[in-house]
Each structure stands twice: as C-alpha cells, then as structure tokens.
Design a protein around this ligand. Sequence first.
Ligand code: NAD
Length: 496
Amino acid sequence: MTDNVSLQFISGQRCVGSSDEELTIVDPSTGHTLATGRSASRADVEAAVTSARTAFPGWSRTTPAQRAELLLRWADGVRARSDEFVALESRNGGKAIKLAQGFDIPGVIDNISFFGSITRNLEGKASGEYSGDHTSSIRREPIGVVGSIAPWNYPLQMAAWKILPAIAAGNTIVLKPSELTPLTTLLFAETAVAAGIPPGVINVVTGRGDPVGQALVEHSDVAMVSFTGSTRVGRQVAAAAAGGVKRVHLELGGKAPFVVFDDADIEAAARGAMAGALINGGQDCTAATRAYVQRPRYDEFVSRVTELMRGVRVGPTDDPATDMGSLISLAQRDNVAAMVERARASGAKVLCGGVVPEHAPEGSAYYDPTLIVDATQDSEIVQNEIFGPVLVCLPFDADDDGLALANDTPYGLAASAWTTNVFRAQRATRELAAGCVWVNDHIPIISEMPHGGYKASGFGKDMSTYSFDEYTNIKHVMSDITGAAHKQWHDLIFTT
Ligand code: NAD
C-alpha cells in the first residue's frame, strides 16, 4: 500500500494538492486503500492552467517532427514500464489483470505511437486560386489550453484519448482524471516529461467534479473543453463552457444494442454478446447492453448465453485466470444492483446472476454477470445506462422492428448487427443510429478509426485523424495575387 501520495502534476512535477479535502484511492476488488492524498483546490487549477498557458507558445511552435520524436520516445517509455502500469490500472480499477495487460495498456501505447506518426501528416484542402484573384490556403492551428475531464472506467485509455490528439496538434492540456482513479494518469504524465515533453505541456489536477472539474471548465484561459463521462454531467459541462463560448467535445454515455437476425451464427453471436456485455465488468460506454434477437432464434440464443455466463470466472484481479474483476466502487455496485431489483419488481426475469458473488471479500464491489429477459422496451433497464455486467435480451419479429427497437433509446454511441446475409448487414449499418456499427463483432477499437457518438452520446471524435478536427482551429488565409489597387468587387461598394 502506498500512502500520502502527491495527486497533482503541475509544471512537470508531482505535487501535493492545496485543498483541505483528503482523497482516498481504493482497490475496489478488496476495499483496501491504495493511496491517500490532498485534492486539488481552485488555486491548483489556476496554477495548472497558468503552467499550460506558459508552455503553449513554445510547444505550439515545435515542428511536427519534433513532436513526433517526443511522442514516439514516450511510447517507448510507457512500454518499458508497462508492468507497473498494468498492475496499477488493474488494482485501482478493480480490473482483471488480463484485461489491463491485453487491452488497456497496449491500447495506450499504440495510441501514443499512432499520434506520434500522424502529427507529421495533417491533411487539408489544396491551396488554390478559387476566386481567380487570390490564393487561398488552409492553416490548422492549435487552439490553446485544453481543459479535459476523464471518467474512471478506463482511466489511462480515456486520459490518453484526450491528451494525445490535443498535444499532437500543438495544444497544451490540463486534465482532471476521475477522483477515483488518478494513479496511472499521474504516472503517464511523469513518463511524458521523462521522455522529454516539456513541463507544462501536460498537467493533471485531481479532485471531484465540483469544484475541481468545474473550475477547469469555467477558467477563462481554457480555450476548449473536452469531456468524457456521463450524459448528465456532460450537459452541465456544456452549459458551463457555453458562458465562455468555448469549443466543447463530449463523449458521453451509451446503451449499445446488439441485433441478432435469424440467419446469424448463434454460437458466434452468443460469445460476442458475452464479451461485449462483460468487458470491464460492463463498465464500457460501448458495452452490449440490449440483445434484440429475431424470434425463431431467441430461445437458442438466450440458453447459450446463460450457459456461457455461468462459466465466467469472477475473482481476484491479480489472478491471470480471472475473467471479471469488481465494479469500480460500492456505490456503483449498489446502483447496478438497485436497477436489477427494480427490473425484477416490474416483471422482468433474472436468468443468471443478479447478486453479489458469495465469495466477495468484505468491502469489495463485486457483482455477478447478469442476464435479464421479459423486460419491456420502455423499462428503465432497457432505456437507461446500467454500467455494470448486465445484459437484457428481447425478441423481435420483422427486421424493421429489430432495427427500430435498437434505435429506441436516447443514446447512439455504438451498435452491432449479427447476420450472414450481406444485404441485411448493409442495411443495418445504414439504419443503426450510432457512431460505430460493428457487423458480426462488438467492441474492437483501433487507433486509426474514430470513436464518438450520435444523439445523447455526445459529439466529437476521439482517436484517428478525425480527432485533429476537434483540437485545431481551421484558418483560411486568402492572399491577393493581382497587386491591383482597384479590385472589381469594390465597385459593388463604391465607384469613384
Ligand atoms: P461522470 O460523468 O460521473 O464523471 C466523469 C468526470 O466528470 C469525472 O472526472 C468527474 O469527477 C467529472 N465531473 C463530475 N461533475 C462535474 C462537473 N460538474 N464539472 C466538471 N466535471 C465534473 O462519469 P463516470 O461515472 O466517471 O464515468 C462513467 C460514464 O462515462 C458513463 O456514462 C460512460 O458511458 C461514460 N463514458 C463515455 C465514453 C465515451 O467515449 N463516450 C467513454 C468512457 C466512459
């Protein structure tokens, strides 16, 4: 156990927050304290923003080649310490170690390498004489200080998705991780400076949303706010940023549908639903939460998922054989359990799970993988984000009905369609209203492709070259090439 750690990273150094509030960072799979430390205060937010503002002129004028070299060196630095990152991410997140080892940390390293490579390759419209009398060209310029706020579900990946495109584009950043899971983000910032990224380019302030996140969003020197978290808080952040007319990027909640047509490979779909629903204990914004299965194959699907779910090994996070760890906190476990109980009370059936595992240590936040049937489309468990290891299965008849039910929630982050018919697959990719649609799979992500939502899941894209659209201002430069004092268009205004 570590104690009394410095939970802030400002101007290239770990430092102690100046608030009176002490934060306790817990391993939710044991309930044990991993670290304690002082929260940031408004003064710390001020210092972090000043640090980022001071670093901006220098960093924004580094060449793409210089930024690329530093990012690629950073990727090597994280790779060299990946065991440390894996252990810390697994313990602080209550994650099975095999997930941290095979997904979280390699994903982050790949992201750094990706942004290190593409920072030298920003694209834009061709310069040209579009008016005939001027050369028009496009400049893509960094915006300034970015204030970012991250959630707890994939602490390091979410921090990386915010930090990397921002700094690759020449911005500087102040990031607030979740107060529950700051440890790997702080180590990440340290490794950036060790790789040569100048102090002040990346700053981390740790504390609660109110007041620390709020102070960051409202700060007049923060030019852009990029937020990943719940739709509820996203709305507050957007409203607070509106006062300063700041650019806002929102990656919000999800409620991904998983549509299984009657020609699907049911074994593949059942396995896909398990992996898609249980990844990270279901605390994944793109997790499969609602499986709509065409009626002729519904029973077969439900029975295979039940069988597979009963075999999931829920256990200690450091055991390589563990499939699923705990949820992030007792509060989150209680939210999930309460939603399942309300579903039960309103007539849904729990076929599997729906309980805290018998062997769960005192103070831990475990919850068993849970399968629910007989819920109605308008019920809370079908409409609202659960963010736990819970899959609801519902039957449908015509293809149109399945697709309409899939789109019938406020969210639109991700969806999948399962079919062996190419025409059905193509139609589903058009009809499903989500930022990502998988065909015969659910969950995989890659650095080269964008991640972001439709509808109440937010707007803006993480990862990929699309993220540069978020983190750069586009400037049109229009230069006269005639040298004429009298330009023809002046005649529209005056003729002397
Ligand atoms: P949350 O919205 O409760 O908190 C997210 C962050 O916002 C935290 O750092 C929190 O401290 C901060 N915050 C809270 N109130 C604030 C305020 N008033 N001003 C500024 N900051 C504030 O979300 P969470 O519980 O940490 O994470 C789970 C949520 O994140 C889920 O809804 C999930 O779907 C979503 N999520 C979305 C994506 C995506 O890419 N769309 C990815 C991961 C998680």
